[in-house]
Design a protein around this ligand. Structure first.
Ligand SMILES: NC(=O)c1ccc[n+]([C@@H]2O[C@H](COP(=O)([O-])OP(=O)(O)OC[C@H]3O[C@@H](n4cnc5c(N)ncnc54)[C@H](O)[C@@H]3O)[C@@H](O)[C@H]2O)c1
Ligand SMILES: O=c1ccn([C@@H]2O[C@H](COP(=O)(O)OP(=O)(O)O[C@H]3O[C@H](CO)[C@@H](O)[C@H](O)[C@H]3O)[C@@H](O)[C@H]2O)c(=O)[nH]1
Length: 328
């Protein structure tokens, strides 16, 4: 039996595929390569290039392969762009998930682990954020992920498809081998952008707003290492295999770092001064997002290994130093 990884050519999905294969699992990848790269897919995975919004394509994959469970990373995932292109976010994320769940239902596949996000909470009333806290997204991206979670809840009730929704905070770092890492084109995420300065690919990094109500005026995020995140997916699959109920878990380190602190930590890691400049706020950004992951620790027995921001940035730096042009 195989695990189907939707979005397995992307940053997080490719790390999941590597880990599953290292553990001896059979893996099928579906990806339309809109932001992913086929070079990031482990050579032992079976790859189908196609779009999750294409029901016939999905049914072909489910017919040709013996799929037991699905891990669903395929989505549009950029806060800033979702503010100017909300409809493409609803189309790819909500309609895409609708088609995936339809195909799973038609092919009697009953387990899905799903990438959700801290963006479902919006501006939190208190931190660290608990899964039971209010969800009130400040951007269309978070709204689509919330809609996808709600869709899965009703599909579970109607069709018995059990889900684990993992609400990731900010994912960073790279696979220990240094073979794969975060390589988007164009890049929009803070840590890889900051590291482009010491690599000589960028003159300076822009800080989107220094007038937030935070300790130094810049946005605070909770950074989690991609391999710790993947570990939680494996535990979530086990949890579903044991017949447990559908549930939602936050995944973060429980520590907030401001944009300025990330730049300073990156200076320590790289040993180089990183030029930066204050720019206007980016629309849709909450000021602060920090997770409580106690529920994942208690129920899934999740134990993150990378709890020091220097180690997370060092891991990203190791990849970027050897892949200055991503996978090209
Ligand atoms: N990176 C983060 O910090 C973060 C935080 C929270 C949640 N997430 C979620 O995690 C998931 C993966 O994020 P990522 O950073 O790896 O993004 P990514 O863009 O690198 O990966 C997404 C992958 O899905 C593929 N894809 C997108 N739409 C598709 C479609 N319709 N059909 C088939 N393939 C499709 C892309 O080509 C890409 O390979 C996303 O769902 C994202 O919302 C990411
Ligand atoms: O050039 C840059 C890029 C980012 N930022 C700021 O850095 C922080 C982190 O931004 P980014 O790395 O783009 O991540 P987020 O916008 O926080 O979103 C990520 O983390 C979310 C969870 O918190 C996920 O839902 C999203 O999919 C994922 O892209 C934010 O305050 C940005 O405003 C800058 O100041 N300058």
């Amino acid at each position: 039996m195989s695990v189907l990884v939707c979005g397995g050519a992307g940053y997080i999905g490719s790390h999941c595929v590597y880990k599953l294969i290292e553990l001896g699992q059979k893996v099928v990848v579906v990806d339309n390569l809109q932001t992913g790269n086929s070079k990031a897919i482990h050579k032992d995975a079976i790859f189908y290039k196609g779009d999750i919004r294409d029901l016939d394509f999905l049914n072909k994959v489910f017919t040709e392969q013996e799929i037991d469970s699905v891990i669903h990373f395929a989505a549009n995932s950029l806060v800033g762009i979702s503010m100017s292109e909300p409809l493409s976010y609803f189309d790819n994320n909500v309609y895409g998930t609708e088609m995936l769940l339809r195909a799973m239902s038609q092919n009697d596949i009953k387990k899905i682990v799903f990438s959700s996000t801290a963006a479902v909470y919006g501006e939190p009333k208190s931190v660290p954020i608990l899964e039971t806290d209010e969800t009130n997204p400040t951007n269309p991206y978070g709204e689509t992920k919330l809609a996808m979670e709600k869709m899965m809840k009703w599909v579970d009730i109607a069709h018995g498809i059990k889900f684990v929704s993992l609400r990731y905070f900010n994912v960073a770092g790279a696979h220990e081998s240094g073979y794969i890492g975060e390589a988007h084109s164009p890049e929009t995420h803070l840590i890889p952008l900051v590291l482009e300065v010491p690599l000589g690919k960028r003159e300076k990094v822009l800080i989107f707003g220094d007038d937030y109500e935070t300790k130094d005026g810049t946005c605070i995020r909770d950074y989690i290492h991609v391999m710790d995140l993947i570990e939680a997916h494996l535990l979530a699959l086990e949890y579903l295999e044991k017949g447990n109920k559908s549930d939602i878990f936050n995944l973060g380190n429980g520590m907030g770092f401001s944009v300025k602190e990330i730049i300073h930590a990156s200076e320590r890691v790289t040993g180089q001064k990183i030029k930066n400049e204050i720019a206007p706020r980016r629309l849709g950004d909450p000021a602060i997002l920090v997770a409580s992951s106690e529920k994942a620790k208690n129920i899934l027995s999740w134990r993150p290994k990378y709890t020091d921001i220097n180690d997370i940035i060092s891991s990203a730096w190791k990849f970027h130093k050897t892949h200055e042009n991503g996978f090209n």
